[in-house]
Design a protein around this ligand. Structure first.
Ligand code: 5GP
Length: 186
């Protein structure tokens, strides 16, 4: 059977990655991998749906057991992709989107050189700040940390295969679907 393909989506916090990936997940057949994290769930977030929420102890034990495909510390918490979340699906021919930070993305590229790395960004830094604030999910100190990290993430854009500028949800979804379909034909 033909193996599935891995698509990595990264970019500054607030650039709209989650929204776009969720929409695309409804429009075409592709698995959105669920990541593990040690961060606290936000209001409305569910374990095993939005993330596998773990204590730091559990996370570090599983990292020690080599259960992660990639792992990184982002905004002061651990985030990672479990091998079991990806390997079986790929062998079954399923395509997968990993929505992860650039440190994780570059680890994936090393392990799976054939994966496609997609960078998401909004037009301006100001727009990014507005989006983060309008989301009202983080306190001021967390917003400042996320903005600082976003500027760091932007430096890695050139290491990615392709960039999508998120003007509207419709346009960004259509761009992402085109990239996925294009890879599937190859
Ligand atoms: P949030 O806390 O807003 O859900 O996610 C914060 C950041 O962590 C985002 O940039 C997101 O892409 C990244 N992230 C989420 N899951 C993973 C993962 O499994 N691995 C890595 N390396 N980063 C992740």
């Amino acid at each position: 059977m033909k193996k599935g393909k891995l698509f990595v989506v990264s970019g500054p916090s607030g650039a709209g990655k989650s929204t776009i990936c969720k929409e695309v997940g409804k429009m075409i057949r592709i698995k959105l991998a669920i990541s593990a994290t040690t961060r606290e769930p936000r209001a409305g977030e569910k374990n095993k749906v939005d993330y596998y929420f773990m204590t730091k102890e559990e996370y570090l034990r599983r990292r020690q057991n080599d259960e992660f495909l990639e792992t990184a510390e982002v905004h002061g918490n651990y985030y990672g992709t479990l091998k079991e979340e990806v390997d079986e699906s790929l062998s079954n021919g399923e395509n997968i989107i990993l929505e992860i930070d650039v440190q994780g993305g570059l680890q994936i590229k090393k392990k799976y050189p054939e994966s496609k790395l997609i960078f998401f960004k909004t037009f301006t830094e100001k727009e990014l700040e507005n989006r983060l604030r309008n989301r009202k999910t983080e306190a001021e100190d967390k917003i400042m940390l996320r903005l600082k990290n976003s500027l760091e993430e932007l430096k890695h854009e050139k290491e990615y295969d392709i960039t999508i500028i998120n003007n509207t949800v419709e346009q960004a979804c259509s761009d992402l679907i085109k990239i996925i379909e294009n890879e599937n034909m190859g």
